[in-house]
Write a protein that binds this ligand. Structure first.
Ligand code: ADP
Length: 490
């Protein structure tokens, strides 16, 4: 049996205090990879205490120096990119090229937030009295709790850790129980980059460890990415304790294809956005809103593309679509296929599993004859299943796009600049693409969604600092005398 994957608490790699473990496995082969520490509330408490102790010094380290440590994180991630990518593919199934992209996002974020060490900009503005100075500073908050999913095991934690660290906070990180191995390897990079003990701690384990983290009094901010069901639980639990929460949850992202679209571009984009990462991205395209005049040609080409995609173990460089993450995810996809059929939608390609002995595989699937009210057009399936809805105009396409509870990303393919700008104005998602799939956000722009996708917070870019900083307004009176405004009781 492989060595235990441990927690990292106060600079020490340790097992759970009660010795509990769980197993992580490879979704392509169903083989067990290693046991991991199954953290209890006591383990979480110890990690929070370590983070609280470390905060006293970390917040006082000059931010440019904190940024230099993040640059070193970036360099080590570059060196270990291939290793991390392989560990990731083995543990959660996405194909190697996508795993490399995942690590690359963490590298980009480490350089970007490393640079924030020399910015972290606040502002000054004129004040009402003579001989007085006013400024607004971004201040650190304290101990931050991070709860993350399995689908982007290094990218998503990096969007949270790197801004939190550069701003002077310390962290307790609870990754998904599906990815303890790659998460531990990721944290090791920070250790090796010279991050002081206790500044970043990891507790492995399941939802109960996440809930324990939310309830810890010294954790002031929770940044969560995952399902709506869990996110709303976390939000309610944290709200009752008066904590700040950043939520990033589901999507039901659509690509709109107008009758004047460049079809070659659209087909490529749809294929990769719908079936890349086996449809398990929060920004994956799961609805195709197509103008009826172009539908027959589009369907023909898409079916051809979907059939050609090579499904298999992501470690094989020729494979384009890996397995789903686990049996539960596969069961969910199969359930939605039945729901779609019962609702009257037609499967035009896929709709079943490939004939493999092991692994949680499902074929890239396209449903036609989908109406916007059907569950397969409204609910997140999180698999390689695309639901196609026909429309007759831009207005109808926009209305269908905006009709779901989620608001993460949307896209339109059109060669008409007027239609493109109307779409930018009217699509109510947090991310909008023109002539591009619904995936491929860059780390220096705000990432996040409207409505049911989140709670108004954003990750990445300058906005990504907001969750992990408090504004401090500072007034300096250098007049040396009593001024009228002080008497006015402002
Ligand atoms: P997914 O299964 O799609 O990753 P989840 O929302 O179930 O989505 O999980 C996201 C993260 O939330 C994981 O790290 C998981 O362990 C954690 N989690 C699950 N339940 C809870 C909970 N009640 N409180 C806090 N965290 C939780």
């Amino acid at each position: 049996m492989a060595e235990l994957i441990r927690n990292y608490v106060g600079g020490q790699w340790v097992g759970a205090q009660d010795g509990a473990t769980f197993e992580t496995f490879n979704p392509a082969t169903e083989a067990v990879i290693a046991p991991a520490a199954k953290s209890s509330a006591d383990d979480v408490k110890a990690a929070v205490a370590a983070a609280k102790t470390a905060y006293a010094d970390w917040r006082l380290m000059p931010a440019p120096r904190r940024g230099e440590i993040l640059y070193q994180v970036a360099r080590l991630l570059e060196e270990r990119k291939e290793h991390l990518s392989r560990v990731m593919t083995q543990e959660m199934g996405k194909v190697l090229s996508e795993a490399r992209g995942d690590v690359q996002e963490a590298i980009d974020m480490a350089y970007y937030m490393g640079g924030e060490g020399r910015r972290l900009q606040g502002y000054t503005a004129p004040v009402e009295m003579p001989d007085k100075f006013g400024m607004a500073l971004r201040d650190s908050v304290g101990v931050i709790g991070l709860i993350t999913p399995w689908n982007f095991p290094t990218a998503v934690p990096s969007w949270k850790m790197l801004p939190a660290l550069v701003a002077g906070n310390t962290i307790v990180f609870k990754p998904s129980e599906e990815v303890p191995c790659v998460s531990a390897e990721f944290v090791r990079v920070f250790e090796d980059a010279g991050l002081p003990p206790g500044v970043l701690n990891i507790v492995q384990g399941a939802g109960d460890a996440g809930a324990a983290l939310v309830s810890e009094p010294d954790v002031r901010v929770i940044s969560f990415t995952g399902s709506n069901e869990t996110g709303l639980k976390v939000y309610a639990q944290a709200a009752a304790l008066g904590k700040k929460v950043s939520l990033e949850m589901g999507g039901k992202n659509a690509i709109i294809v107008m009758d004047d679209a460049n079809l070659d571009l659209a087909i490529q984009a749809i294929t990769w956005s719908a079936y890349g990462t086996t449809g398990q991205r929060c920004t994956a395209t799961s609805r195709l809103i197509v103008h009826r005049d172009i539908k027959p040609k589009l369907v023909e080409a898409l079916v051809e593309q979907a059939r050609q995609l090579k499904v298999g173990d992501g470690l094989d460089e020729a494979v384009e679509v890996g397995p789903l993450v686990n049996q539960k995810a596969l069961d969910k996809v199969e359930r939605y296929i039945e729901i779609g059929k019962q609702e009257g939608a037609q499967i035009v390609v896929g709709g079943g599993r490939p004939d493999f002995d092991k692994g949680f595989y499902y074929l890239p699937t396209l449903f036609a004859d989908v109406s916007p009210e059907m569950r397969i057009a409204r609910e997140e399936i999180f698999g390689p299943v695309l639901s196609m809805i026909e429309v007759g105009s831009l207005e109808e396409a926009v209305e269908v796009n905006n009709s779901v509870v989620y608001g993460l990303s949307s896209s339109i393919f059109t060669e008409n600049v007027n239609a493109a700008f109307r779409a930018i104005r009217d699509l109510t998602t947090g991310i909008v693409y023109i002539n591009h799939g619904t995936t491929g956000a860059e780390i220096h722009f705000p990432f996040g969604g409207t409505r049911g996708t989140g709670n108004g917070m954003r990750e990445a870019g300058q906005a990504g600092l907001d969750a992990f900083t408090e504004w401090k307004a500072v007034y300096v009176d250098y007049s040396g005398r009593l001024q009228r405004a002080q008497i006015d009781n402002r």
